[in-house]
Design a protein around this ligand. Structure first.
Ligand code: ADP
Ligand code: ASP
Ligand code: MG
Length: 411
């Protein structure tokens, strides 16, 4: 007997026909005593459509004062899918029950629209499994201490699935999606991208953080924390996909660069002409942190040495841009800065690989590939296992492909 968590993303459950097919497939593969927990996303582009609806009321619905209502709205998407999928199982003679995130014991903090799971109490899930039911859980949602619905950030159903697998001590966790595994770059952007047999949690986490939307970063953190291997595979074929796990078991780990990731949901903010004195960076970034805004790349550059003023340049997610701009306008006034500028035609391209640690030539190769393609680099940032460049958004596709060619063609 095995306890298996299977997560199906939005495009996998886009129509009732697809939902029916998933139910048939799951029953076809189920061993007699298997206990199965399904975690599902909203159908197709439902979450985007719900956000558009909100935009019909308020152009910037992600501002703090609307976030609770956004969660109320967005959690309805997943609730549609769980009911339909549970019904699909029943029509096939399989007892099944749908549970919302809170009913499945998903507790979160109160950070609306980007909540974090704080605890999971899955007793109800166990009870229903013990009755022989397939349990269908709504991804992307939980409840805070006040009893309010909270969503886990875009792509959050991955995190619901992996966290639930951890809390249930599941034997396996499968993420079914519209690609058949994790590739060396987004296969929609790079036609020659290669499918990986396996990738480590650390590398996948970095890829995900840097924009490889196939897995939400927090889901990979959860997998690592619980030591749960995650199998990313196709909804539409039965082929083996990619295993995300602690270390390599099948593939040669002698590669310098594991993958190229990109993120086009990036905006650049420049606070011009702030005083080059202690406390300024703290003021800027603590204000953003208080508003729960993640800051990514940061550069402080000298504007005028004689006057001792500098420019503070950083990037945020486009979702946070409106709020970040509001916060910065206020801070700029307090700091007597010259101006706050925003640039939206930017994107980030990154290379990831644990092997680049002792390989000093890697960065030069990446910059060389961009230079050959005539692409200017705006900001560079590095960590132990990645290098990122901010480029013009309109040149992103070319940037990703030229870097991928540099590291993956011919070997
Ligand atoms: P789901 O709705 O199943 O959660 P997502 O759209 O969130 O699916 O994630 C799957 C998508 O992730 C793919 O269609 C692909 O375009 C994108 N993607 C980005 N980077 C990668 C990568 N390195 N490998 C595979 N897919 C990737
Ligand atoms: N439906 C949510 C989204 O589109 C969560 C998910 O699909 O993982 O972001
Ligand atoms: Mg997803």
């Amino acid at each position: 007997m095995a306890l298996i968590v299977k997560k199906f993303g939005g495009s996998s459950v886009a129509t009732t026909e697809k939902i029916m097919n998933i139910a048939k497939r799951v029953l076809g593969e189920k061993q007699k005593d298997d206990q199965i927990v399904m975690v599902v996303s909203a159908m197709g582009k439902t979450t985007d459509d719900l956000i558009s609806l909100a935009r019909g009321i308020e152009k910037e619905p992600y501002q703090a004062k609307y976030q609770r209502e956004m969660d109320m709205l967005l959690t309805t998407g997943e609730q549609v899918t769980i009911a339909l999928l549970a019904m699909a199982f029943k029509t096939l003679g399989q007892p099944a029950i749908s549970l919302t995130g809170p009913m499945a014991g998903m507790h979160t903090n109160s950070a609306h629209t980007k909540g974090r799971i704080t605890d999971i109490t899955p007793e109800r899930v166990h009870q229903e499994l013990d009755k022989g039911q397939i349990v269908v859980v709504a991804g992307f949602q939980g409840m805070d201490d006040r009893g309010d619905m909270v969503t886990l950030g875009r792509g959050g159903s991955d995190t619901s699935a992996v966290a639930l697998a951890g809390a249930l001590k599941a034997d396996s966790c499968e993420i079914f999606t519209d690609v058949d595994g994790v590739y060396s770059a987004d296969p929609r952007m790079v036609p020659g991208a290669r499918k990986m047999k396996e990738i480590t949690y650390d590398e996948m986490l970095e890829m995900a953080r840097l924009g490889a939307g196939v897995m939400q970063p927090r889901s990979v953190e959860m997998g690592k924390a619980f030591g749960i291997p995650i199998h990313v595979r196709s909804t539409f074929t039965t082929q083996t996909g990619t295993m995300i796990r602690e270390d390599y078991t099948m593939e040669d780990k002698d590669f310098v660069v594991r993958g190229v990731a990109h993120d086009d949901k990036v905006a650049k903010i420049a606070v011009l002409g702030v005083s080059n004195t202690p406390g300024v960076a703290h003021k800027i970034f603590s204000s953003l942190a208080s508003a729960n805004i993640d800051v990514d790349m940061i550069v402080q550059s000298i504007r005028n040495i004689e006057k001792n003023v500098t420019d503070m340049v950083f990037t945020v997610s486009t979702d946070d841009l409106a709020q970040a701009k509001q916060v910065m306008d206020k801070v700029a006034e307090e700091l007597e800065a010259i101006a706050v500028l925003v640039e939206e035609d930017v994107a980030k391209v990154s290379i990831v690989g644990a092997g680049m640690l002792g390989n000093p030539g890697t960065a030069a190769r990446m910059f060389g590939a961009l230079s050959k393609a005539g692409i200017n680099i705006d900001i560079i940032s590095t960590s132990e296992i990645c290098i990122s460049c901010l480029v013009k958004g309109s040149q992103l596709k070319e940037a990703v492909n030229s870097i991928h060619d540099e590291f993956f063609s011919g070997n």
